[in-house]
Design a protein around this ligand. Structure first.
Ligand code: MG
Length: 159
């Protein structure tokens, strides 16, 4: 088998007043937060899906279904750790991960270093291999109306 594989992941969570907003394992100070069965961390979920996709192991909902009461409110850093265990079992290592988060408000630029550090530790990759980018959608669509957060991730695995 070719020694490198790429994977792609995408996730969305609805934003609701009074919930915590957690993106990339970092708590963001905001009056709205993300709604979901877990802690609704769209960025970590997109990364899990990219990792699973690259290794040909279905998707996050297949391994961690939102019908499982044991996963209610779970910290998505735990889901990423469990995902890493699955791909490491198949002999894969993370080369790099590149991500984009789309959120109208608040600006997440001040949190990006911390997100990259957390993700680097969680996937056990080398420093400088994780990239998180942020964008708004220029007030367009559900993200522009501050109704949701979106995240995309591309990962390169090698062995
Ligand atoms: Mg999700």
């Amino acid at each position: 088998m070719y020694p490198c594989r790429i994977g792609f992941g995408y996730d969305v969570h609805q934003l609701t007043e009074g919930l915590p907003l957690i993106i990339g394992g970092v708590k963001i100070s905001h009056y709205k937060g993300a709604l979901g069965h877990s802690d609704a961390d769209a960025l970590l979920h997109a990364i899990c899906d990219a990792l699973l996709g690259a290794s040909g192991m279905r998707d996050i909902g297949f391994h961690f279904p939102d019908s499982d009461p044991a996963l209610k409110g779970i910290d998505s850093r735990i889901l990423l750790k469990k995902t890493m265990a699955l791909i490491e079992e198949k002999g894969w290592k993370v080369g790099n991960i590149d991500c984009t988060v789309a959120l109208q408000k608040p600006k997440i630029a001040p949190y990006i270093n911390e997100m990259e550090t957390q993700i680097t530790q969680l996937v056990g990759s080398e420093t400088g291999t994780i990239s998180v980018k942020a964008t708004t959608t220029e007030f367009l669509g559900f993200t522009g109306r501050e109704e949701g957060v979106q995240a995309w991730a591309v990962v390169l695995l090698y062995r």
